[in-house]
Design a protein around this ligand. Structure first.
Ligand code: CTP
Length: 401
């Protein structure tokens, strides 16, 4: 699984750095080549000589040496890797990563790359439990950094708790899992997400309360299964997942154009809360108050993107087209009728009555409406709804359902 892989190993300061020597040996035994980078603190725990002897190549330690060698040395170093492994990942390096600091070689490499990153945290249990570290970890999870460990156990400082770095073989398993084939490898999918903004004039617009959280979670879940994700998003509250191909749009018309240009996919999922209407006579300059006279805004209907795609001929229609139905009453009946009216394969329906807290919240209660009927899912986090939907999509695309 690791044969031929290029792994950039960043060793930060911590007593667990001694385990990184064994980790290097085990990665190389499995056919990976390892480029080691050490922070200054790491060299207080293991010597660059041992690291370089085990890796069979030089150790990189100094940002300025590297940039002196060639203008963009640090960028090349991180981009040529298939995976960056940070082991041990100290509380300090996690904080730098979460906040985008770049004041030494390790943190600069991590900021200058879009290569996937796996971290193996190691620190004292109080440092691990500290709200600042937990905040940083939550940020790193949101940034799609992969995490292995830490384990509970006795610590070098005499305390007991979570904070011991995973054992080298556990880290190897996490690396192998990263490179394992995934069900949607080689499949392109399209996801729309977020609200649309329909201009009234250059400073005002019509919008809706969609945060983009569910669409973003679906894009991330499909990417986790290996899909190449085209993510067409309106102005959402949550950032797009790292690593997806983002197409940022404002209005329904922009979204329609972006979707039409990205239909060579195995599946299209329309999670966006597209505005049904736009202002027909949007003004090119700011509308001023006029002594109590109200501006006359006339509305016109936006294109129904889902219905357009779902009703394309078989040569242009993605094989699996999925819509969403946000309903407040008779959810299953309305969603079933919407599935037929729009011509899509599946509808993910949810009850967005204000008392459910679903619109703009972190949870969702979905009902999957297909040709076979309605399948009611339990109330789950939006991430879990996304993972469940992504699994169903993979089964359908691969013909295993
Ligand atoms: N949708 C779309 N383009 C639009 C409107 C909606 O692609 N102009 C998609 C949404 O992304 C969603 C589905 O259609 O997947 C359902 O949207 P919804 O607003 O609930 O349906 P409407 O057709 O607007 O029906 P109604 O307002 O009667 O509920």
């Amino acid at each position: 699984m690791l044969a031929g892989k290029n792994i950039l190993l960043i060793i930060s300061g911590g007593i667990a750095a001694f385990k990184s020597l064994d980790l290097i040996r085990r990665m190389r035994e499995r056919g990976a080549s390892v480029t080691p980078v050490m922070t200054q603190a790491a060299s207080e725990f293991v010597t660059p000589l041992s690291v370089s002897a085990l890796a069979g190549v030089q150790v990189y330690q100094d940002l300025f040496d590297l940039t002196a060698e060639s203008d963009m040395g640090h960028i090349q170093l991180s981009r040529s890797a298939d995976l960056i492994v940070v082991a041990p990942a100290s509380a300090d390096l996690l904080a730098k990563m979460a906040n985008g600091l770049a004041n030494d070689l390790a943190s600069t490499l991590l900021l200058a790359t879009d290569t996937p990153v796996l971290i193996a945290p190691a620190m004292n249990v109080r440092m691990w439990d500290h709200p600042a570290t937990q905040r940083n970890l939550a940020q790193l999870v949101a940034d799609r950094v992969h995490i292995v460990g830490p384990n509970p156990g006795d610590m070098a400082c005499g305390e007991y708790g979570l904070g011991r770095m995973s054992e080298p073989l556990e880290i190897i398993d996490a690396i192998a899992a990263h490179f394992a084939p995934r069900p949607l490898d080689g499949h392109k999918v399209l996801v729309t997400s977020g609200p649309t903004h329909e201009p009234i004039d250059p400073v005002r617009y019509i919008a809706n309360r969609s945060s983009g959280a569910q669409g973003t979670a679906i894009a991330a879940a499909l990417q986790d299964l290996g899909a190449d994700v085209r993510f067409v998003t309106g102005p959402a509250d949550v950032p797009p997942p790292n690593g997806v191909h983002v197409i940022q749009v404002e209005s329904a018309q922009d979204m329609f154009d972006a979707v039409k240009a990205n239909l060579d996919v195995s599946c299209a999922i329309f999670a966006a809360a597209v505005a049904d209407w736009r202002v027909e006579n949007a003004s090119g300059s700011k509308i001023k108050k006029q002594n109590g006279a109200l501006p006359e805004l006339s509305l016109t209907e936006n294109p129904d993107i889902l219905a357009h795609v779902a009703q394309l001929g078989t040569d242009a229609r993605p094989p699996l087209v999925i819509g969403f139905a946000a309903e407040t009453d008779d959810v299953i009946e309305n969603a079933t009728a919407k599935r037929a009216r729009k011509g899509c394969d599946w509808i993910v329906a949810n009850d967005v009555s204000p008392e459910t807290g679903i619109m703009g919240g972190s949870e969702n209660q979905a009902i999957l409406v297909t040709e076979q009927g309605a399948d009611q899912w339990p109330r789950l986090s939006k991430g879990d709804v996304a993972a469940k939907l992504a699994e169903r999509i993979a089964d359908q695309i691969l013909g295993t359902s």
